[in-house]
Design a protein around this ligand. Structure first.
Ligand SMILES: [Zn+2]
Length: 98
C-alpha cells in the first residue's frame, strides 16, 4: 500500500506510515496514475490541458485547451498541485505515487 500523505510505498498494512508518521486509512483513495507523468505533462503540455486528459478529466481538459491553460495561470497552479501530490484523477483519487 501507499501512504496517503507522503506517497511512500509501505510493506504490508501498517497502521502508521514509517516515513512521515501519518495515520493510514485505506489504499482506495490513491490513484494508480503517475505523479511524475502528471507533473511532466502539466509542465510541458499544461497549456493544452494534456495532463487533465491523462487523468481522465476530459471536460476541464477541453476547457483548458480552449483558454490556453487559463493564459498559463491555471497551468502553473495545476503543476504545483500535481507536484505536491494534491491532484485528483476523475474518480477523486489523489495522485501520490511517483
Ligand atoms: Zn507517509
Amino acid at each position: 500500500m501507499f501512504c496517503s500523505r507522503c506517497g511512500k510505498e509501505l510493506k504490508g498494512t501498517p497502521a502508521f506510515c514509517v516515513s512521515c508518521g501519518a495515520k493510514l486509512v485505506e489504499n482506495g483513495d490513491i490513484s494508480p496514475k503517475s505523479r511524475l507523468a502528471t507533473s511532466l505533462l502539466a509542465w510541458y503540455l499544461g497549456l493544452l490541458g494534456i495532463h487533465r486528459f491523462y487523468l481522465g478529466k476530459i471536460g476541464t481538459g477541453i476547457l483548458m485547451l480552449l483558454t490556453f491553460g487559463g493564459l498559463g495561470i491555471w497551468t502553473i497552479i495545476d503543476f504545483i498541485i500535481a507536484v505536491t501530490g494534491n491532484m485528483k484523477d476523475k474518480d477523486g483519487k489523489l495522485i501520490k505515487k511517483w
